[in-house]
Design a protein around this ligand. Structure first.
Ligand code: SAM
Length: 223
């Protein structure tokens, strides 16, 4: 039966590609990829040969009607993002919702995503947590941070290395510099680093040198 598969891909270490992800990508009719060049490398590595189409934040709205028609017409489609799970701070939500509205089955494979290992690695309570994704870069940023002052659940942020110290500093101003946090950098890669401490300690640590790589920031909730 035709359907949409959302297929997670590794966030750095190719060994994290699941056997099922490989099989599904080999079985579908077409693969939608955020960046066809990046996904092309992944497909070559796993010897997957399939027609690939670009599906990213700049064309995902426009592409929806024809993709829905293709699936209704009997094709099975897989969506992958550059890394991790589609729709998690990546394209995927819109097409998943459109499929549901059109009675098209969707299936999301379990697999790599950056925030789960970062959360578990942090050692902060994870029985309840709030996924915050990327903070707004400009408009609404301060308001969002102010709103988080009363958040009791552990908070999960995606952050760029260039903004890490700025974000830690702004969070410290509102949440207090003694709030515990954890920074996971380059998860699953050769230079993986997990640093835990208060916001004050993390600001000191990351102010010492240029921060590089991909980052998940975990911040303790208001106790
Ligand atoms: N869909 C992805 C997922 O499931 O995690 C997230 C995509 S989002 C555009 C990219 C952000 O995820 C990065 O800026 C970083 O915050 C985080 N990220 C991705 N890979 C990572 C890694 N290997 N280590 C730490 N953070 C990572």
């Amino acid at each position: 039966m035709s359907k949409l598969y959302l297929v997670p891909t590794p966030i750095g270490n190719l060994e994290d590609m699941t056997l099922r992800a490989i099989r599904i990508l080999k079985e579908v009719d077409i693969i939608l990829a955020e960046d066809t060049r990046k996904t092309g490398n992944l497909l070559r590595h796993f010897e997957i040969e399939k027609p690939m189409f670009a599906h990213h934040k700049f064309n995902e709205h426009k592409a929806l009607p024809s993709l829905i028609e293709r699936i209704k017409g009997g094709e099975t489609i897989a969506l992958v993002s550059d890394a991790g799970t589609p729709a998690i701070s990546d394209p995927g939500f819109l097409i998943a919702r459109a499929c549901i509205e059109n009675d098209i089955e969707i299936e999301t494979l379990p697999g790599p995503t950056a925030f789960i290992p970062a959360l578990v690695n942090s050692g902060l309570p994870n029985d309840r947590f709030s996924f915050e994704g990327f903070l707004p870069q400009k408009k609404g940023r301060q308001k969002r941070i102010q709103e988080l002052a009363s958040e009791q659940k552990t908070m999960v942020f995606y952050e760029s290395p260039y903004r890490l110290v700025k974000t830690l500093t702004q969070l410290a101003e509102v949440l207090g510099e003694e709030r515990n946090a954890s920074v996971s950098r380059e998860l699953t890669k050769i230079h993986e680093e997990n640093v835990r401490g208060t916001l004050k300690e993390l600001i000191e640590y990351y102010s010492k040198s240029t921060v590089k790589g991909e980052i998940v920031l975990i911040v303790e909730g208001n106790r």
